[in-house]
Design a protein around this ligand. Structure first.
Ligand code: ADE
Length: 222
């Protein structure tokens, strides 16, 4: 899978691409992630990518031309173009599974007060990572890229997906986990996890998932 991320702040991705699981997935060629600075595509002689809004108002608006040309230079027949905006469809694990199926994604990070609405003419979907407003699409782009990459076979142990919160079949939250020591400041590990009986352990974990989901996210059980 290939993901092109269009941004004017490529340096924000340095840590993301060079750390832990994402770094290893790139090295193993399980995913290709390209950071594309759409400022490189502007026809403005001073390198401008934004301007004041028609009709007046605060702030600067990203211009359509640099983003349009950047997308057109990267887009193939099998590409899905995603625009990141608080106005978009709410992102969730189901959407991560859906996006994982595409061979090529172009993710556009908005910035400033917004973007010229004509950018919407070249996008296939709009995504929001939650009902709050960030200064730009870079953090949402990392969140989405991370959530897709970890679903690609070989990136993490397959077993991890089975127990993920929001697992696509169960839609339950994850069960609690523990590691050494057995006791810490009077807090102990549940006995059932120490008895080696895997049937009992599976049953306990499943019950914990159901209880936790009922308590915290009853909306997921409907
Ligand atoms: N850009 C700014 N806020 C955002 C959000 N919540 N989701 C996606 N893109 C955004």
């Amino acid at each position: 899978m290939k993901i092109d991320i269009l941004t004017i702040f490529p340096e924000m991705f340095d840590g993301f691409l060079n750390t832990s699981i994402i770094k290893r997935a790139i090295e193993k060629k399980l995913v290709e992630i390209n950071i594309v600075n759409f400022r490189d595509f502007t026809l403005d002689p001073h390198g401008k990518v934004d301007d004041t809004p028609y009709g007046g108002g605060r702030g600067m608006v990203l211009m359509v031309q640099p983003i349009y040309d950047a997308v057109m230079s990267l887009k193939k027949d099998n590409t899905k173009v995603i625009l990141l905006t608080p106005d978009g469809e709410p992102y969730n694990q189901k959407k991560a599974y859906e996006l994982k199926k595409y061979e090529h994604l172009i993710i556009i990070c908005g910035h400033y007060e917004g973007f010229d609405d004509r950018i919407r003419s070249i996008t296939d979907m709009e995504i929001s990572i939650g009902d709050y407003v960030l200064t730009g699409g870079e953090i949402p782009a990392m969140a989405i890229t991370d959530s897709i990459t970890r679903l690609i076979p070989g990136v993490i142990m397959e077993e991890s997906h089975i127990n993920d919160s929001f697992n696509i079949e169960t839609n339950l939250l994850d069960y609690p986990t523990y590691t050494k020591p057995r006791e810490f400041k009077g807090m102990t590990v549940p006995d059932v996890l120490l008895n080696g009986n895997h049937k009992e352990i599976d049953e306990y974990r499943r019950n914990m998932q159901i209880e936790k989901t009922k308590e915290r996210r009853p909306d997921l059980l409907s």
